[in-house]
Design a binder for this molecule. Structure first.
Ligand SMILES: *Cc1c(COP(=O)(O)O)cnc(C)c1O
Length: 384
C-alpha cells in the first residue's frame, strides 16, 4: 500500500517541461513569466491589481507596511490561524489582538472582533480557514463602520468564492500562498491582490529593496524594503498550475463530499466533530484545502500523537492545523495564557487534518475513514 500524504501538489510532465523551458530561456529571476502570472491571477480576480511574492508571509508583511501599520497600532486576528500572521504583525511593530474563532467553521468570531476594536485598531486580519470564506458581508460592514483596513489571509482560499465572486476579487487586500500544501503551487510563493493600483505599485517597490529608478538612470531608496520578488521559474509553474486550479478544486469538493458521506452517520456516535460543509449554503465556494475533524480525545484511551502515529503506521499522513497562536512562547512572553480563547484552544488540542488532495481516489478516502473509525472504536474509554 502506498503512503497517502495529507497534502501535496500535482506536477505533471507538461509542467516539468515549462519549468525546463524557463530554465533554458536565459532569464531566471523576475521577468516575463512573473508579469504573465500576475496578469493571469489578476484576470481571475476581476482585473484587480496583483503582485506576486516569495511567500504569503512576505506578501502580508509588505501589505502591513503599505497600510502604514506599525508601532502603536493594534491588529485584530484569530487565535486559530498559522503563526505567520502573528509573526508579521509583531515584525512591523504592531500589537496582535487575538479573538476566538467559531468552533465549527473555525473562522474568526466577528462579534468578538467588533468588541475588540479600540482607537488604536488599524486593521483586521481574518483567515479563511481551510478555504471556507469568512462572512464577507459582515466583515466588510465592520471594517467600513470603523474605517479599518482588512488584510485577508487567503493563503488557503485560492479558488474560494463568496456569493459567486472569487475571494480576492473584491474587498481590500487579500494574500494567497503557493506553498506545495496549498491548492496550487509555485514551490514557494505567494500573491497579494489590491483594491488600488497605486498601492500595488508601492508593493512592487517594497518587495524589491525599496528601490525606485531615477530619471538619470541611477536608483534611490526611500524605505528599507525587503527582497521578496518571485523568480520566473516559480512563476511559469504557477501559470501552468493556475490552468488546472478549477479542476483541482472540483476534485477536492468531490473528495470532501465523500468524507461527509463516510463519516456523517457515525460522527455523533463516535463523538467526532465534523467541519462545516459551508455556512452560507450556496453563497460559499469552498476551496477545500483541508478536511479537519476534532477527535473525541476525552473519550479515548490514546493521545492525539498516538492516533497520528497509528494512522502513519497504516501509511496514512495526518496533519495538525493549527496550534493556538496566543499560546506560543512568543505570545506567552507577552502575557497570554490558557483560557483566553476556548474554541481555538480546544481545536488546537483535538484537531487532525485528514488527507485531501486532487490525486486521491474515493477508495483512498474510504481507507482513511475506516482506519480512523477503527482506531477510535478500539480505543474508546469504557463507561463507568
Ligand atoms: C500556509 C499559510 C500561510 C503562509 O503561507 P506561506 O506562503 O508559506 O508564507 C499563512 N496563513 C495560512 C492560514 C496558511 O495556511
Amino acid at each position: 500500500m502506498n503512503y497517502l500524504k495529507f497534502a501535496g501538489p500535482v506536477i505533471d510532465d507538461a509542467m516539468a517541461e515549462v519549468v525546463k523551458q524557463t530554465l533554458l530561456s536565459g532569464w531566471l529571476t523576475s521577468g516575463p513569466q512573473v508579469a504573465a502570472f500576475e496578469q493571469a491571477l489578476s484576470a481571475r480576480h476581476g482585473g484587480r491589481p496583483t503582485r506576486v511574492f516569495t511567500s504569503a508571509t512576505a506578501a502580508m508583511e509588505v501589505a502591513f507596511e503599505l497600510c502604514g501599520i506599525g508601532e502603536g497600532d493594534e491588529v485584530i486576528t484569530s487565535a486559530m490561524t498559522f503563526f505567520s500572521v502573528g509573526n508579521m504583525i509583531e515584525r512591523v511593530g504592531a500589537k496582535t489582538v487575538f479573538v476566538d474563532c467559531d468552533l465549527t467553521s473555525r473562522n474568526i468570531n466577528l462579534d468578538q472582533v467588533e468588541r475588540a476594536i479600540t482607537a488604536r485598531t488599524k486593521a483586521i486580519v481574518p483567515t479563511h480557514f481551510s478555504g471556507l470564506p469568512c462572512n464577507m458581508d459582515r466583515l466588510y460592514a465592520i471594517a467600513q463602520k470603523h474605517k479599518l483596513r482588512v488584510i485577508e489571509d487567503a493563503a488557503l482560499a485560492i479558488g474560494s468564492s463568496w456569493k459567486g465572486s472569487p475571494i480576492g476579487g473584491f474587498g481590500d487586500i487579500a494574500t494567497f500562498s503557493f506553498h506545495p500544501n496549498k491548492n496550487m503551487t509555485t514551490i514557494e510563493g505567494g500573491a497579494a491582490i489590491f483594491a488600488d493600483e497605486v498601492e500595488a505599485r508601492r508593493a512592487e517597490v517594497l518587495r524589491f529593496h525599496g528601490i525606485t529608478k531615477l530619471a538619470d538612470g541611477t536608483r534611490d531608496v526611500d524605505y528599507p524594503g525587503g527582497k521578496f520578488n518571485m523568480s520566473d521559474v516559480s512563476a511559469c509553474l504557477g501559470l501552468a498550475q493556475l490552468k488546472q486550479l478549477d479542476q483541482w478544486c472540483a476534485a477536492r469538493q468531490k473528495l470532501a463530499t465523500q468524507y461527509f458521506a463516510k463519516l456523517s452517520f457515525v460522527a455523533d456516535r463516535l463523538g467526532l466533530s465534523m467541519p462545516a460543509p459551508a455556512y452560507a449554503g450556496e453563497e460559499t465556494g469552498h476551496s477545500w484545502n483541508m478536511f479537519c475533524v476534532l477527535l473525541p480525545l476525552a473519550q479515548m484511551t490514546i493521545s492525539r500523537k498516538q492516533f497520528i502515529d497509528a494512522m502513519h503506521a497504516q501509511q496514512i499522513g495526518i496533519g495538525v492545523s493549527y496550534e493556538a497562536m496566543h499560546l506560543s512562547t512568543l505570545f506567552r512572553s507577552k502575557g497570554h495564557r490558557e483560557g483566553e480563547h476556548p474554541h481555538a484552544e480546544r481545536i488546537a488540542r483535538e484537531t487532525v487534518t485528514l488527507p485531501l488532495h486532487p490525486s486521491m481516489t474515493f477508495a483512498d478516502v474510504d481507507r482513511v475513514c475506516s482506519a480512523m473509525i477503527d482506531l477510535i472504536r478500539s480505543h474508546q474509554r469504557q463507561a463507568a
